[in-house]
Design a protein around this ligand. Structure first.
Ligand code: GLC
Length: 579
């Protein structure tokens, strides 16, 4: 196709059929999220680090993955475990040095792995030079953050109240008083995470320079954090004030809880999209220089129509891959085949034509996939994400079906949980269970560290559930995952059409088809019982197909031949057939 495209006379034809031209690396990738604190510890302090990631790259490579995204590695007081950044261009000392980062880049390049970094544009740290300079109204930095005067307290003339009722996503007022500036600053997350002010052109340029700094170091792109929070309303449009937000329709929320209010002034503001388009232009300018596309992934827990706006519009390109949180949160352990088909169709229906889909199974903010769905469904969820068209997102450990860790109140570290001050119900808000260290093997501390301490306790099942065991076993979650990652590189999965069917309420089938290529069918039995099905309704399929891969508990043997009109699936079977 490339030769065809490049033939000058047919260039226009190619433009109109762009979807069928060779895909770029990011359109067919499996992107593996590494949470640096919990991946691998190289120096025995119980905290994962950059050299640990470098050591662990071979695992990524062996799994067939060519792109990693690292959660923040920058200098941070760690109130939100790296999402509170005090210097966007420096490495957090407990994670290593800039030299360690450069070594990681060199080693990933050698292994053919691209590195995507986290970009946290919404907020900085209240323990940073920028914050001090701004609090002191130092010229050039005055407006780096969202500062506002308090409101007089009618009950106490010596006190001021926060400028508005705005809340923090981590509970309580979103405003914090600063005694130096004698004003409040706004923080959508922890008190330690003051919001940056994107209405200040100096700040906008400063943050673009952050992107340039890491791009110049060779990174392949960014995952952009918490993007719906980027802008607040412009007080100029509201008589110089920040107006109160109205109550939301959630009756079960208490006033301190974020969802108590409808965030009409602090989320999804119009200028957000333009800022994303500006960053895209910046990334594209690097591609123009050396021909290598850089990728932007965006994190937005928003209704689907708003999420789709990040892709861009007729005149602007935006995020390459706005995260598909419909897949992450719309599918639950109770979803049947029809529910899952519906979620898949939803994304494919709303996604603008010509853009690339993605399938998110987990991340460091949600309970682990195998715990949300039940470990018996983990192979199904991995299979779906990998067989569907576009990009699959894997959070570290999902390839092993790692489950959540269990933490007592005393062991809890996540500010979202600690801020509840509730030793009984804290776990409902805690993101720590998904952040416990990676299970490399069955040795002490799961091979995560050589020391005798881990920053979060290990999940209790690490002796049975770990990479070493799953490599050695004849069948495992890991081996099933790896088989499909390999298949994902084949033309039919990169470019083929998708047809999905709920064959019964319990059995979902995805067919990927491309003329003159092999055809692939992925079949999932969502039921705890056997299911007998026929694939005859996919009319292009032959009467027999080969089993390319089968899940841990499946009775189907790899390489065996099956009759497509009569298949009996075991409980929670996941199988991939190929012609
Ligand atoms: C994003 C991150 C999350 C963090 C929050 C504030 O949602 O994924 O971990 O707490 O932003 O930065």
């Amino acid at each position: 196709m490339r030769t065809f495209c490049c033939a000058g006379v047919l260039f226009l034809v190619c433009l109109t059929t762009i979807a069928f031209c060779d895909k770029q690396w990011w359109q067919k990738a499996v992107i593996y999220q590494i949470y640096p604190r919990s991946f691998k510890d190289s120096n025995g302090d119980g905290i994962g680090d950059l050299n640990g990631i470098t050591q662990g790259l071979q695992h990524v490579k062996d799994a067939g993955i060519e792109t990693i995204w690292l959660s923040p590695i920058y200098k941070s007081p760690m109130y939100d475990f790296g999402y509170d950044i005090s210097n966007f261009k420096e490495i957090q000392p407990e994670y290593g040095t800039m030299q360690d980062f450069d070594n990681l880049m060199t080693e990933s390049k050698r292994l053919g792995i691209r590195v995507v970094l986290d970009f946290v544009p919404n907020h900085g740290s209240n323990e940073s030079d920028w914050f001090d300079l701004s609090a002191n109204r130092t010229r050039g930095y005055e407006n780096y953050f969202i500062w506002a005067d308090g409101k007089p307290d009618p009950n106490n003339p010596n006190k001021v109240l926060p400028p508005s009722n705005w809340l923090s996503a981590f509970r309580g007022s979103g405003w914090e008083y600063n005694a130096i500036r004698k004003q409040f600053y706004f923080h959508q997350f922890a008190i330690a995470q003051p919001d940056l002010n994107y209405r200040d052109p100096l700040l906008v340029e400063e943050m673009k320079n952050v992107l340039r700094f890491w791009l110049d170091k060779g990174v392949a792109g960014f995952r952009v954090d918490a993007i719906p929070h980027l802008f607040e309303i412009d007080p100029k449009d509201f008589g110089g004030k920040y107006p109160d937000e109205p109550r939301a329709n959630f009756i079960d929320k208490v006033p301190e809880e974020f969802d108590y209010l409808d965030h009409i002034y602090t989320q999804n503001q119009e200028p957000t999209y333009d800022m994303v388009y500006q960053w895209r232009d910046l990334l594209d300018s690097y591609e123009k220089k050396d021909g290598m596309p850089r990728v932007m992934l965006t994190e937005a827990y928003t209704p689907v129509k708003l999420t789709m706006r990040y892709y861009g519009n007729a005149t602007h390109n935006g995020s390459h891959l706005p995260f598909n949180f419909e897949f992450l949160r719309g599918i639950t352990k109770d979803s049947d085949a029809r529910d899952i088909k519906f979620i898949i169709d939803k994304w494919m229906t709303y996604m603008p034509l010509g853009r690339t889909a993605n399938w998110v199974n987990g991340n460091h903010d949600n309970n682990r996939m195998a715990s949300r769905h039940g470990i018996e469904r983990a192979d199904i969820m991995n299979m779906l994400a990998l067989v569907l068209p576009g990009v699959a997102l894997t959070y570290q450990g999902e390839e092993l079906a790692m489950t959540d860790g269990e933490l007592t109140w005393e062991e809890t570290k996540d500010p979202a949980a600690c801020n509840t001050n509730d030793p009984i119900n804290y776990y409902k808000s805690s993101r720590d269970p998904a952040r416990t260290p990676f299970h490399w093997d069955d040795s002490a501390n799961a091979g995560f560290t050589t020391g005798n301490f881990t920053w979060l306790p290990l999940a209790k099942n690490y002796k049975e559930l770990n990479l070493k065991v799953q490599i050695a076993a004849p069948k495992s979650h890991y081996k099933f995952y790896k088989d499909i990652v390999a298949l994902k590189k084949e033309k039919v999965l990169v470019e083929g059409d998708l047809e999905s069917k709920a064959l019964t309420n319990d059995v979902l089938a995805l067919m990927r088809y491309l003329p003159n290529e092999k055809t692939v069918v992925a079949i999932a039995n969502l039921s705890p019982k056997d299911s007998t099905i026929s694939l005859d309704s996919f009319r292009v399929l032959p009467s027999t197909m080969k089993v390319y891969a089968s899940s841990l508990n499946s009775k189907f043997e790899k390489g065996s031949t099956v009759q497509t009109s009569n298949l009996t699936l075991s409980p929670y079977d996941a199988i991939v057939l190929s012609t």
